[in-house]
Design a protein around this ligand. Structure first.
Ligand SMILES: Nc1ncnc2c1ncn2[C@@H]1O[C@H](COP(=O)(O)OP(=O)(O)O)[C@@H](O)[C@H]1O
Ligand SMILES: [Mg+2]
Length: 308
């Protein structure tokens, strides 16, 4: 199947001279949830702004549903709904009027039935006559999604949909995004939460300092991100691992001098204390130990480090 978005050789240098995107190649599949995962400043907002025609590329091409985003901007943009990072709405409009207005901007004829469906889906139907200023934070976020969907786009971009949102609302948002995907909308979301990408995405692209450093199916990536190894250099070489220790996650090097333990660094229990206890019990002494992680893991650690 043709990708719904094709990005080729994209570079973006802002007028300040700062290069925010470097050699981006990316294809988005129709009907998937794609998470663009990266730390603050990585270039996530720049990339989606560029696909949505808000930022112009310095070089490269983007096609959305077959339309070039520069030469065929209106057609490309009409297939896209964008939920920006910041909530911004006219405070004294009503919910339904805001949605109708957004729809009008795209030159779409009135369609009250469609608007009702979206508002019901987003649990805003009861609030359709309410002024935006009276809505809770969670409702305002949902309204931003309703607005983005007002012109029946095939693709929905969500820029950091749950940044600064409490856990409960985050779960609601995730469920809602899944329902949208199930209704046939292709979803691209940006996030700096590993957990969000893990929870939501079919595929994940990791972006760092303007470069996409990996694009993987979620399951494959999570496996890579989560694995860490602990190597123990033994005091005396072992011929084989004791029965009790042999098996999964533990390997003895061919020369018998090193034991390598592979563990899930995201798990609550790494199993390391138990491993060390077992080794002690079997009288296996070690003189050195070191742990290793993939470069992805380092990026991951950087991503999840709590910000002040
Ligand atoms: N208009 C601009 N002019 C110059 N630099 C910018 C502009 N917008 C963003 N940047 C820079 O580009 C980098 C990427 O920003 P952004 O795409 O917003 O990252 P993210 O969304 O991943 O946090 C940052 O270093 C940011 O300071
Ligand atoms: Mg951003």
């Amino acid at each position: 199947m043709q990708p719904i978005i094709t990005i080729k050789g994209i570079n973006k240098t802002y007028t300040s001279g700062f290069q925010a995107l470097k050699d981006i190649d990316l294809e988005i599949r129709r009907g998937e949830i794609f998470a663009l995962l990266g730390p603050n400043g990585a270039g996530k907002t720049t990339l989606i702004s560029l696909i949505c025609g808000i930022v112009t590329p310095s070089s490269g091409t983007v096609h959305v549903a077959g339309h070039d985003i520069v030469s065929d901007y209106r057609a490309a943009r009409s297939t896209i709904g964008l939920v920006p990072q910041e909530v911004a709405t006219a405070a004294f409009e009503t919910v339904a009027a805001t949605m109708q207005f957004s729809r009008g901007l795209f030159g779409k004829p009135r369609n009250p039935a469609y608007i009702e469906t979206v508002l019901r889906e987003l649990s805003l139907w009861d609030k359709r006559h309410a002024k935006i200023v009276t809505l809770s934070g969670g409702m305002k976020r949902r309204l931003m999604i309703a607005k983005a969907l007002s012109h029946e786009p095939q693709i929905l971009f969500l820029d950091e949909p749950t940044a600064g949102v409490d856990v409960e609302l985050r779960r609601d948002m995730w469920a809602m995004v899944r329902r949208l995907r199930d209704s046939g909308v292709t979803i691209i979301l940006t996030t700096h939460y590993i957990e969000e990408a893990e929870e939501m995405a079919d595929r994940i692209g990791v972006i760092n300092q303007g470069r996409i450093i990996v694009i993987e199916d979620k399951a494959v990536l999570m496996n890579k991100l989560g694995k860490k190894q602990l190597a123990l250099t033994l005091q005396n070489p072992l011929e084989r691992l004791p029965e009790e220790l042999a098996g999964h996650r533990l390997e003895l090097s061919a020369d018998g001098n090193e034991i390598v333990y592979t563990f899930d660094s995201q798990a609550e229990h790494t199993g390391i204390p138990e491993l060390l206890r077992q080794l002690g019990k079997h009288g296996i002494d070690f003189k050195d130990l070191h742990s290793s992680q993939s470069s992805l893991e380092e990026i991951f650690v950087n991503l999840v480090r709590p910000r002040p």
